[in-house]
Design a protein around this ligand. Structure first.
Ligand SMILES: [Zn+2]
Length: 138
């Protein structure tokens, strides 16, 4: 699903439309889903165009910084807590890779990132990502 063409990974959401046609149960209608996801590697950006028209450019270091897995959050008791919006502009400590090698959709409610250091435990739901949108163009 994730095509690796040169420097940019693009997921077009003909794919997710297809998923949604077949599975109406895992995403509440209130949460907007992405229409397009682009990984802009030269600029270190995750670009999401949402179905509600929002256009969001997330810095990849910030995406790694906010990794929602139990290990990065500091234990299971911290999971599910809202992530402070300013965290999307932070950079993880040295040794933590912010280089993305692959992305994978998880059901129709989230995305999983595969970092160059082998970490891939974080499940980034649309619910987590949407409120962290650093920029609104529309
Ligand atoms: Zn993590």
């Amino acid at each position: 699903m994730a095509k690796s063409g040169g420097y940019t990974l693009v997921i077009t959401f003909a794919y997710i439309d297809d998923i949604m046609t077949h599975d109406h149960h895992s995403r509440p209608q209130a949460d907007p889903a992405p229409r397009n996801i682009t990984i802009d590697r030269p600029n270190q950006l995750l670009i999401i165009e949402w179905e509600d028209g929002a256009y969001c450019e997330y810095p990849l270091p910030g995406i790694r910084y906010i990794c929602p897995c139990a290990e990065c959050r500091g234990g299971h008791e911290h999971m599910g807590k809202p992530i402070p919006p300013e965290d999307i502009f932070k950079t993880p400590p040295p040794g933590v890779s912010t280089e993305l090698v692959d992305v994978k959709l998880v059901g129709n409610y989230g995305i999983q990132f595969f970092w160059a250091d082998g970490h891939n435990a974080g499940l980034y739901t649309w619910k987590i990502l949407r409120p962290l949108c650093p920029k609104m163009r529309r």
